[in-house]
Ligand binder design. Sequence first.
Ligand code: PRX
Length: 655
Amino acid sequence: MKKTKLKLVTKGLKKGIKKGKKDVYWPTEELKKNAWINKKSIYKKAEKDPLKFWESLAAEGIIWDKKWKKTYSEKYPYFQWFIEGKLNVSYNCIDRHLQDKKNKAAIIWEPDSPEEKNRVLTYHDLYYEVNKLANVLKNLGVKKGDVVGIYLPMIPEGQISMLACSRIGAVHNVVFSAFSAESLKYRLKETGAKILITADGYYRKGKVINLKAKADEAVKKTKVKKVIVINRAGIKIDWNKKRDFWWHELKEKADSYCQPQAMDSEDTLFILYTSGTTGKPKGIIHTTGGYLTQAHWTAKWDFNLHDDDILWSTSDIGWITGHTYCCYGPLSNGATILIYEGMLNYPQPDRWCKIIEKYGITVFYTSPTAIRMFAKNGDYVKKINFASLRILGSVGEPINKEAWEWFFQNVGKKRSPLIDTWWQTETGGTMINSLPGIGPFIPTLAGRSFPGIRLAILDDNGKVLPANKEGNLVQLSPFAPGMLRGIYKNHKKYLETYWNKFGKRIYFTSDGAWKDCQGNFRIIGRLDDIIKIAGHRISTAELEDAITKHHFVAECAVIPLPHEIKGNVPIALVVLKKVKPSLKLIEEIIKQAEKFIGPIARPDQVFFVEDLPKTRSGKIMRRILKNILTNQPVEDISTLANPESVENIKKILRK
Ligand code: PRX
């Protein structure tokens, strides 16, 4: 029988993206025609009056229970959007679609094993589940403003839990399931969560992982009194009769409708922890109206979301991308999302391709690390039918030219534009990208600031730099609606991190960048002590803290080194107390990182050194260490308190 080829691609896109100047790609006429936004004038219009621009987007895209009284207010260092407006996020993501999309797939879940059956939840299914869980939470005593911890793998119950919290006005704090018990405990303690939603376990590369055991460990000595457990893996777990409840049992008894709570636009929707420059992660606060407005419109325009789209964002819900583009953005648009439990290259390197083919994914949003992994021995993609793909996306770290070109040519087949999106946990939604109907798409340049968002490049004295000059990437007032509204219980840190460097009305992103004459940004990377390991944000201080907790470690410095696939990897230089270096100790030090943070923070290499180069005031000179590790010349060391340490370290590394 003749095979019918999938024909989801809009006409004309197949012809390919017109190539203008070398390495600059433009949308075809067809793509322009099909795009929500195809006129450059939108940038000027938004720039002229950003408040009016966002106001019209909020009114058009979001359903409000009560319209706001004032669009924006700013009182250093805080600002607000849609003041006194009332809305409910779960209503906006679910109930509003029940009229015309009741039977449409909202979430498709693909399990780790290709052999296991998938799950498809229609918008009505999602409505049912969210209402039930919202009532369960209420029955367990959760009230508006209470924090609910969520520690779940990639299963639909992640989204269901987030939406159930938003339905009743509870604040969710999602913790990445691969984070350690210690990391979870820290977040539960800080937020004072009284309830945790977790699962018995999940599958990763065919192996079952007992998540509940980590959750049990984490809740000790916290305020968590109730744990809701989702039966995902069907494994044997420890059970505390007074504290633990099976979700499926609670569901049976709960009512199937829960009135959505009208929330204030500035009520907190969630707290999400991310690494800062100190040893302790910081709780980024996102609120309701502004965040949802930005999530909704960036999802719609960046990915040109239409009714027949299936968006697969490969992020975990434990990250901001998982919140904004695996949940709130696409669902508020009534789109279908795919979520996948496992590793992109399991059981074979082409698993991600098989998923794209199986579901006819139209928007595929992933990270440069994943793209580099795909490209390595990537001949297998030749056999794959990528006809369904319309848009490719990249996020989380600077994408190198080779990876960009490989992805665009071999997966996008030169007809699906690659949208490189720059943003942060703090910004809530994308801030820089090339809109699909406008372009241009230039390898390694992320694009322009999203309409209505004002970004600039400043020198260290706060002077605006001309085109092509590298400097500090900042945001100018009025600050985008999806921006953070503070750091949980830490006003001082909020001030210091974002508002100190350039004064009152300038948000410092901590990224270095330059922009070309057309306003397209090139992101260089972090200017602070944050390492992007495979796109994950890890602070060197946090990792050093974890390592120095080992009883034999006197001191430690963590240095990022470039890595072919992961972008960067951490290298630990460790000074031991009076013990002999050994392989066992190296293993133990690596385990420290896993214990206090999680496997993503594992040092790539550990070196034992006698001393670390320090200034006379005792500050470790990480720049010198980086130069030594990368074979760069080490500049003047005469100001060091211990200049001999440099030669000693070189000797050890040579060994
Ligand atoms: O350095 C930038 C980098 O990721 C940082 C934010 O990390 P996180 O809060 O974990 O959020 C990642 C997902 C939104 C930024 O300060 N980054 C993010 N996107 C890009 C990027 N670097 C270069 N290009 C990007 N597209």
